[in-house]
Design a protein around this ligand. Structure first.
Ligand code: SIN
Length: 320
């Protein structure tokens, strides 16, 4: 259990989180497996697997592959669908006394708004993560997050539906030429914060079968291999939009990795792939981050957010 002698809190719009380490959507479903290892209230928030309108069984197997310092997945947004999610997962999460961020994914702009409408009056939700890294069936399967107009439209629709009730965190893809352009668009459209980054599109070919290893052929690359890409994206977006809070993610597996994200400009950090190897990774990372912040002389996490951008470092003694 962490003590509160250093302020590690983070805010996204009107949502306040006492701790800065969140689950990364997709790696812990709604948190039941992780709850065997630690009380979920001891981390910042559970970000659920992106939920769709209908139940989805996902892609055929194989849908995961190990890669150098990473993991490739092509799950296909498997999930119970919004009805079952609201009936089963949300009450369970509320009973854990944890903070809940519901991630949503749609196949059309309108589907995102339908999902937002279902969430609007649900008690216990702190924020909605809008996962726009899914194919847009209305536009040749082009991923929403790779298309500035589609990204904006999704967030505008969700904002209109939610009114001012729930903060929106837009989850962006790194597979774009200019992530700052997409970030500006979704913030203008009403996002209160950003999740950076989703996985990078990759592929593994099995040299025995001579075919792509994943049944879905391509998959999303996560793990330490993508951390420098994530740090770069967080740094660029924070430089352009310093007031917009960011959940930094992509290969974070230690407190030092989390600290790097914070220095780049993240206000909170999400952990995914690391928890497959170490189910207590989130708590370990949170504790390590706290120790590092203290060691470097910070009295709060907020003080460290974007610190790597400051030109004049002489006013502060940076130890180590
Ligand atoms: C998946 O379920 O295939 C992953 C979805 C995502 O990366 O957003």
């Amino acid at each position: 259990m962490m003590t509160d002698d250093i302020d590690l809190s983070a805010s996204f719009g009107s949502a306040w989180f006492p701790w800065p380490v969140f689950t990364a959507s997709g790696c812990a479903s709604s948190g039941k497996e992780l709850a065997q290892f630690f009380p979920l209230r001891e981390i910042g928030a559970v970000v659920t697997k992106s939920i769709s309108i209908k139940a989805r069984s996902g892609r055929p197997t194989p849908r995961m592959a190990e890669t150098p310092s990473g993991m490739l997945n092509s799950i296909g947004l498997q999930g119970p669908g919004i009805d079952s999610f609201l009936e089963n997962d949300i009450p369970w999460l509320v009973a854990q006394n944890t903070r809940i961020i519901v991630s949503i994914s749609g196949e059309t702009v309108d589907e995102f708004s339908v999902l937002a409408r279902r969430l609007r009056s649900v008690r216990g939700i702190c924020a909605v993560e809008v996962n726009i890294s899914c194919p847009n069936v209305e536009n040749r399967g082009l991923v929403f997050a790779c298309d500035p107009e589609a990204s904006r439209s999704v967030i505008e629709g969700v904002r209109r539906t939610l009114g001012g009730d729930l903060p929106i965190i837009a989850k962006l893809s790194p597979d774009v030429t200019d992530i700052v352009h997409i970030a500006r668009g979704v913030v203008d459209a009403g996002a209160d914060g950003l999740s950076l980054i989703n996985t990078l599109l990759g592929m593994v070919i099995n040299t025995d079968t001579l075919r792509p290893h994943l049944a879905g052929k391509t998959g999303g690359l996560s793990g330490p291999a993508i951390r420098p890409v994530a740090v770069r994206a967080v740094y660029q977006v924070h430089a352009a939009l310093p007031e917009v809070p960011i959940v930094g993610m992509g290969g974070v597996r230690s407190g030092r990795d989390a600290f790097e994200m914070i220095l780049a400009g993240a206000s909170a950090v999400a952990v995914g792939t690391a928890s497959f190897g170490n189910p207590r990774a989130l708590l370990d990372i949170q504790n390590e981050l706290k120790s590092l912040l203290k060691e470097k002389g910070f009295s709060s996490l907020k003080e460290a957010v974007g610190f790597a951008h400051r030109v004049d470092r002489t006013q502060r003694e940076v130890k180590g």
